[in-house]
Design a protein around this ligand. Structure first.
Ligand code: GLU
Length: 461
């Protein structure tokens, strides 16, 4: 039987990281098994569902390179089907109308509480036939009265509950709308889902859903309930895929990092999507919760920034630079800057922060650095430096290095005495990559202009 896995988010918010991990494991499993990955949008919450969230989810999956093979399928398009199935169960005596009023239910709840029992619907209307004509009712499904329900879960192993834990839950509300635990099953049956892969917070729902499959005359699918992720709920602002994209994370890194929240392959930390799809399996998904660790995520991202082709990384960087008002495009110079700077940043935003001086000379000189490294006695040497850089035959870091060393000897100055003023002039401070590489990455004219500014403003008494 071919694998059909689905990702079933509700469209009541952006795609957050926990849900993205669920989507990813569905996607990886489907790809690994040469199966089908399907997107279903659970949009039955009329108050909170919004089209913009549906679009954001689709957009995020596309950005992550996890596009569904089928869907999106919307639950709101399927109300007639749900209605037919509920009517069918009513006719077959597998579901029944319950006329309990909210007051009666509350009284039952209190009674249970006082007797120290878990609140549970009493089954009052399960066998009654004296239905009133004109009163609102809900439809409840008949749960088995005795025995146990066992889930053979690919991650959690065999988990069993006693049916006493479960009551005849509502499948149609008094306003006629069907409920979550019912529609999920109808959908999974109609979509021919072979594997239900979702967070372990859904395990309790699974025990309710299995009897629904049986009532519908269907075999339940195989389940895989993924371990919880700690540390996500505390993060408020930046927990959605789009937030991380805006912070300058790469989709490769998001996929790579999320894959390791629950799944492992020896000690390996870095995986491409191709590797993940060929290696992924539930044998290597653990049961214990994993922790979302933003530092580690940043490390994975920094590794991906080093792994990408330079021109590819530069291309992805451009929108961030444009956002800061720098009118750049991918050319040899931007590629050279990318090459020089990518090791110094763990996100595209950090790369932008670290690199602004390449695109603008509108920066303040760092006072401490100026005080420490610049004094008027250096003026002749820096003037000579600017002069000779202007006429240097070849413009590359080797030739520039040779020039600095020669000048150092001539003026009897250690290399730092020339290098630090250069750094200050080009970047505003003394923290930068190797000075020869730095100089070589600027145009000759820009270097001379910036050195001249140092001479005029900082070395002239
Ligand atoms: N809509 C549910 C959620 O977002 C998922 C349901 C399921 O996977 O069965 O948690």
């Amino acid at each position: 039987m071919s694998v059909r896995a689905r990702f079933a988010p509700s469209n009541t918010g952006y795609l957050h990281m926990g849900n993205t991990r669920t989507a990813l494991f569905n996607f990886l499993f489907a790809r690994n098994q040469k199966g089908t990955f399907i997107l279903r949008v659970e949009d039955t919450d009329q108050q909170r569902s919004e089209d913009r969230y549906t679009e954001a989810i689709i957009d995020a999956l596309q950005w992550l390179n996890m596009e569904p093979d089928e869907g999106p399928i919307f639950q709101t398009d399927r109300f007639d089907t749900y209605g037919e199935k509920i009517d069918q169960l009513l006719e077959e005596g597998k579901a029944y109308k319950c006329f309990c009023t909210p007051e009666e239910l509350e009284a039952q709840r209190q009674e249970a509480q006082e007797a120290g029992r878990k609140p549970k619907y009493s089954g009052e209307w399960r066998d009654r036939t004296d239905h009133p004509d004109d009163q609102p009712f809900v439809v409840r499904i008949k749960m088995p009265l005795e025995g146990t329900i066992t889930v053979k879960d690919l991650v959690q192993g065999e988990v069993t509950v006693n049916v006493e834990e479960l009551d005849d839950f509502i499948i149609r509300r008094s306003d006629g709308t069907p409920t979550y635990n019912f529609v999920v099953v109808v959908d999974d049956v109609d979509m021919d889902i072979s594997h239900v892969i979702r967070g372990s917070d859904h395990l309790n729902n699974t025990f309710r859903q299995i009897p629904v499959y049986r009532a519908l005359g269907q075999q339940p699918p195989t389940f895989a309930h993924l371990p919880l992720i700690d540390g996500l709920s505390k993060r408020k602002g930046s927990a959605s895929v789009q937030d991380y994209r805006d912070l300058g994370f790469l989709p490769e890194a998001v996929v790579n990092y999320l894959s390791r929240l629950g799944w492992s392959h020896g000690d390996q930390e870095l995986f491409s999507m191709d590797e993940l799809t060929s290696l992924f399996g539930f044998d290597s998904v653990g049961r214990s919760p994993s922790t979302f660790d933003e530092d580690k995520f940043r490390w994975v991202n920094s590794e991906w920034m080093k792994r990408l082709e330079l021109s590819d990384l530069a291309e992805r960087w451009v929108p961030f630079l444009k956002d800061r008002g720098f009118d750049v495009e991918v050319d040899d110079n931007l590629i050279a800057i990318t090459d020089l700077m990518r090791e110094r940043a763990d996100t595209l935003v950090a790369l932008t922060d670290e690199s602004t001086y390449f695109f603008s000379d509108d920066f303040e000189y760092n006072e401490k650095a100026v005080k420490k490294w610049l004094s008027p006695d250096l003026k002749p040497a820096v003037e000579a430096l600017a002069d000779r850089l202007q006429s240097l035959e070849e413009w590359n870091s080797d030739a520039i290095g040779t020039l600095y060393r020669e000048l150092g000897k001539e003026f009897d100055l250690g290399l730092a005495k020339l290098a630090q003023p250069t750094r200050i002039g080009l970047t505003g401070s003394t923290s930068s990559p190797s000075v020869f590489d730095l100089v070589a990455t600027f145009s000759r004219d820009e270097v001379v202009v910036r050195l001249q500014k140092v001479i005029d403003e900082l070395l002239t008494e």
